[in-house]
Design a protein around this ligand. Sequence first.
Ligand code: 1HE
Length: 269
Amino acid sequence: MSNHFLPATGLLASLDLLTISQAGPVLHLQLNRPAKRNAISDSLVQQIHTAFVNLPESVKAVVVSGAGDHFCAGLDLSELVQRDIHAAVLHSRMWHAAFDAIQFGTVPVVAVLHGAVVGGGLELAAACQIRVADDSAYFGLPEGQRGIFVGGGGSVRIPRLMGAARMTDMMLTGRVYDADEGERAGLVQYRVAAGDGLAKGIALAHKMAANAPMTAFAVMHALPRIVEQSPAEGLFTESLMAAAASNTPEAQDRLRAFLDGRAGKVVKS
Ligand code: 1HE
């Protein structure tokens, strides 16, 4: 497992609000606007979109993190003030396109969360498949206090992680969850000590990068759709997906390797 990250080249290197590097199959995309707490401006959301639709083929998993003391302060509020209704709806749709490119992209993504994970920052994290939070992380939806609403997919994704009642509370009362509360509420799957998030995220990304590509596809693209289907439709979709996944050469090789005693067993962690 290589952890020697080399700077990206070409198009990815030209995205000036991101610092992108790669170690073997793992790409690290860091939001790089620390002076503004990685607030997401139009340029930043466009660069995130560009990066995710232009991942090199050698990339099999991505880690997203934030430079400085915070993951992300959400929407760049300095750009909000002058938008009319039409521009605002297009702006929100631009965020949806960018975050859909993460959730329904080609490879799984781990968000490494520290400091403020608020507003659009939490929406970005919610579009990733895995979330790791260190001790410093805290979660808020200050849209309520700012007189606005979520617009980056938060109302679709966040209730599916923590339930609509908790999200309603965060938006109406300004409640902020600390890292432990966020874990208990379902916002994050992993909790680590301060400063350990990136190492954990990279280790998880390497594990995910080693999966059969069709398994990654099924988990990223079929599972969220099955969850939204009726049980009867879901079971049918599951059967189709299972049949497709198990008939790939990669699956056949892996099954044979286990039966020949060449593959790892399931071990207690
Ligand atoms: C910003 C932003 C921002 C910081 N837009 N400029 N998000 C919020 O309502 C969160 C607003 N931000 C904060 O509550 C705090 O900045 C933090 C808790 C994230 C960090 O605090 P701190 O003390 O480390 O930094 P700071 O001194 O508040 O901010 C440093 C600079 O970043 C400062 O600019 P400066 O030019 O005076 O140095 C801040 O103005 C700037 N900054 N956050 C613009 N968000 C698709 S819809 C999504 C809707 C939302 O995301 S709403 C939630 C918006």
